[in-house]
Design a protein around this ligand. Structure first.
Ligand code: ZN
Length: 265
């Protein structure tokens, strides 16, 4: 392997971001690729940025500032604020003697403010992404739609409840009630393990004529039964025996109510 001078590497590393973002022309792209093949440092950099892009590109990525970080930022803000107050009494505080207006003193007096702003912005940067998280209903709806689109409706495809129920053993830490509702007009299609609301859930799949009903199940304390409509989909939520049930479907609200009644029987 040939050794590259640091200068050549620095020069080429300037192309790194353009390369990762696909902004280089063919000649430079090729040149950079050849450099990558010979330069482990740049190759590692590219791998690092690509991994970072992948993570950031996921829509459900969010960070919550740790309590320690929050405390540190807030303490720093407080420190800056009190340092500013101590060094430069606020204009409304009693002054030792009348002074003429001093622009530089004024600027110095408030110079901590941009720092505060930066710190506050940092806190928001850290805290805000969490507020973009969808509601549970959004997640359930997304999961329902995904199950229809990506050919991942079921992990175990059978109308036999006695096959579906044991299939969940060892995959989840609770036993979802699996009932066949074919006689009520809701044949069981199968089941799968899904991931919703930050936890692994069981999903049972039923059919109503041409419509699919996903029933998401996970352990939860009892709560009020609710129904909702979102983007043309109907959702129903109820709880039973320490489990929460969320049914999502594009079947009618009326059909969903019938389904729930049959499921709960
Ligand atoms: Zn390099």
């Amino acid at each position: 392997m040939k050794t590259l001078s640091d200068a050549a590497c620095t020069e080429r590393s300037l192309m790194l971001h353009g390369f990762i973002d696909g902004e280089l022309d063919a000649a430079h792209s090729l040149e950079f690729e050849q450099h990558l093949a010979a330069c482990p440092q740049c190759a590692a950099e590219v791998a690092k940025y690509r991994a970072m892009k992948r993570v950031i590109g996921k829509s459900d990525v969010r960070w919550r500032a740790t309590d320690a970080l929050r405390a540190q930022v807030l303490a720093a803000v407080e420190r800056e604020a009190s340092a500013g107050r101590a060094a430069y009494p606020a204009p409304w505080q009693a002054q030792p003697a009348p002074r003429r207006f001093d622009l530089y003193a004024f600027i110095r007096q408030w110079s901590f403010v941009p720092t505060l702003a930066a710190l506050a912005a940092m806190l928001f940067l850290v805290v805000l992404p969490g507020q973009h998280q969808g509601t549970l209903e959004d997640e359930l709806l997304a999961s329902h739609i995904r199950s229809l689109q990506v050919d991942h409706l079921t992990d175990v495809a059978t109308s036999d409840q006695h096959t579906v129920k044991p299939w969940f053993n060892g995959k989840i830490d609770f036993a979802p009630p699996v009932v066949d509702l074919a006689s009520s007009g809701f044949p069981l299609v199968g089941g799968r393990v899904d991931y919703v609301g930050g936890r692994v859930v069981a999903a049972l799949v039923y059919r109503r004529h041409g419509h699919i009903i996903n029933v998401f199940i996970w352990p939860a304390p009892p709560g009020d039964a609710t129904t909702a409509m979102r983007d043309g989909y109907n959702l129903a939520n109820w709880s039973n025996d320490g489990l929460a049930f969320w049914a999502v479907t594009d079947a009618s609200a009326d059909d969903l109510a019938k389904f729930r009644a049959a499921f709960d029987k």
